[in-house]
Ligand binder design. Structure first.
Ligand code: FAD
Length: 460
């Protein structure tokens, strides 16, 4: 390819799922490609992830007898977010999800039928969990990076973009400037940058004592900062995914025991406690104080085992109560007073819940009967629950369906592309489904890589 004297055709910043996919596709399209990664290893949050990939119309679905299509996925994404998304970008994501799944399979990532599950709130099995989780996806991508002859610079943090006459021309690191015809920002999210969280994802900073981030330490939002410095527009304010936490420990617990009874400060239940985690956090944010109390009684505590979760066996619960992390009282009135719950409402809520447990049918929120345990035997317990664990951030650079970064005037910034968690606009209030962000990273990584490489021979 002709680089017009530049050091490279394409430079990709960030070696996670988006960046490695971009580099592979750029190199396979014929571009001389450099991949720059600030960590000492490739992988980013992608390697730490559960490795769930959300897609519709895949070979694995067909093998399981599931009829599905990218159009159905698109309708779901748009409807679940009341159409407050960039439709063209979302459509491109859905259009390429299944073929990107097959691309991962061709790279050697294995997906089992038993790990194809309903990861959204739509009832269709579209969550494809990779065998070996995110680490296996990252390893397969890294092998393909190596096979494609891509130059890789590890332990190199890009500081800013080099520009000339309104066009991005390369990158600047501590070692100097490296030039390219096109640059792809794939630096992931900003979950580890308190200032950016405050500005762009205020919901994630509501509980300073309980907030923590579970992704790569290098998720500092560098792509957003670099993009904004050259005029990029942002999309998707205050978006991301928060997981629930009791604050007992820093163990990640995406699923809490189904027998917990969540009540808000008004003494009301407000959801089936086993609802998909992506929805739970959003509904919890709407409760008074954006928190709730998870209730159980002594009989349930005594019966609790490690199978209910690492922090949820009888002895650990007793320990947390002794430490004051769980409120404990001999009467429900006492529990209400100590935990700050409206007492009469709590009494009536639990009276109804206990009757439903006896009947085996949760009339209020239809929780499955196997999770119904009455709250009858003193002492009674209340554990605080907050949506405070930052999993993923969804505010980011605005892109068009070809992964070109847009500026404030709706123009594509010449020479600049972006993909993955550093972009915004395809996620709304409701995180569509488990697997949606790895899917987004790899689908748009590939698109960005191809489009950036094409721009070398066909400059805009
Ligand atoms: C524990 C956990 C579990 C998850 N599970 C799932 C799941 O199962 N399914 C799902 O869809 N989503 C999941 N997510 C979210 C998902 O993993 C991420 O959104 C997605 O992998 C992001 O991919 P990315 O390539 O955009 O970013 P990353 O994979 O984070 O890669 C970004 C890379 O850029 C590098 N970088 C940053 N700044 C610079 C710089 N200035 N110069 C050079 N390099 C830089 C970083 O070091 C990093 O390697 C999970 C997240 C976490 C934390």
């Amino acid at each position: 390819m002709s680089s017009g004297g530049a050091d490279y055709d394409v430079i990709v910043i960030g070696g996670g799922g988006a960046g490695m996919s971009a580099a592979i596709e750029a190199a396979r399209t014929g571009a001389r490609t450099l991949l720059v990664e600030s960590d000492r290893k490739l992988g980013g949050s992608t390697a730490l992830s559960g490795g769930v990939f959300y897609a519709a119309g895949t070979s694995l679905q067909r093998a399981c007898g599931i009829e599905d299509s990218p159009d159905a996925q698109f309708r779901y994404y748009m409807n679940v977010n009341q159409h407050k998304l960039e439709a063209g970008v979302v459509h491109r994501l859905c259009e390429y999800s299944a073929s990107t799944f097959e691309w991962l399979v061709a790279l050697g990532v294995e997906f089992d039928a038993a790990d194809l599950y309903v990861s959204g709130v739509d009832g269709i099995r579209r969550g494809h969990r990779a065998r070996g989780h995110g680490a296996a996806i990252a390893a397969a991508l890294e092998a393909a990076v190596s096979a494609a002859g891509i130059d890789v610079a590890l332990h190199t943090r890009v500081q800013r973009l080099a520009t000339d006459q309104g066009r991005v021309r390369g990158i600047v690191t501590a070692d100097g400037t490296v030039t390219a015809v096109a640059v792809i920002l794939a630096t992931g999210g900003f979950g580890n940058n308190p200032d950016l969280l405050q500005r762009l994802y205020p919901d994630a900073t509501r509980y300073p004592e309980a907030n923590w981030y579970i992704g790569t330490l290098h998720a500092l939002g560098d792509g957003l900062t670099m993009g904004e410095a050259v005029g990029a527009a942002l999309a998707g304010h205050n978006r991301g995914l928060l997981l629930l936490t009791t604050g007992f420990t820093r163990d990640l617990e995406p699923y809490l025991p189904g027998w917990l009874v969540y009540v808000n400060r008004k003494g009301r239940r407000f959801i089936d406690e086993t609802t998909e985690y992506s929805v739970l956090a959003e509904v919890l944010k709407e409760q008074p104080g954006a928190e709730c109390l998870a209730l159980f009684d002594e009989a349930t505590r005594r019966a609790a085992t490690q199978r209910d979760g690492a922090n949820w066996d009888a002895d650990r619960l007793a320990g947390f109560a002794a430490e004051g992390l769980i409120t404990q009282a001999e009467t429900l009135e006492g529990l209400a007073t100590r935990a700050g719950i409206r007492s009469n409402a709590l009494h009536n809520t639990l009276e109804r819940y206990n009757a439903d447990c006896a009947a085996g049918h949760d009339r209020a929120f239809l929780k499955e009967a196997r999770h119904l345990r009455p709250v009858l035997t003193p002492p009674f317990y209340a554990a605080p629950i907050k949506p405070a664990v930052i999993c993923w951030t969804g505010t980011g650079l605005r892109i068009d369906p070809d992964a070109r970064v847009l500026d404030q005037d709706e123009r594509a910034i010449p020479g600049l592309y972006a993909a993955g968690e550093t972009t915004g606009g395809m996620f709304g209030q409701c995180y569509a489904a488990g697997g949606a962000s790895v899917g987004n990273a790899i689908v748009f990584g590939r698109i960005a890589g191809r489009e950036a490489a094409r721009s070398v021979t066909n400059p805009s």
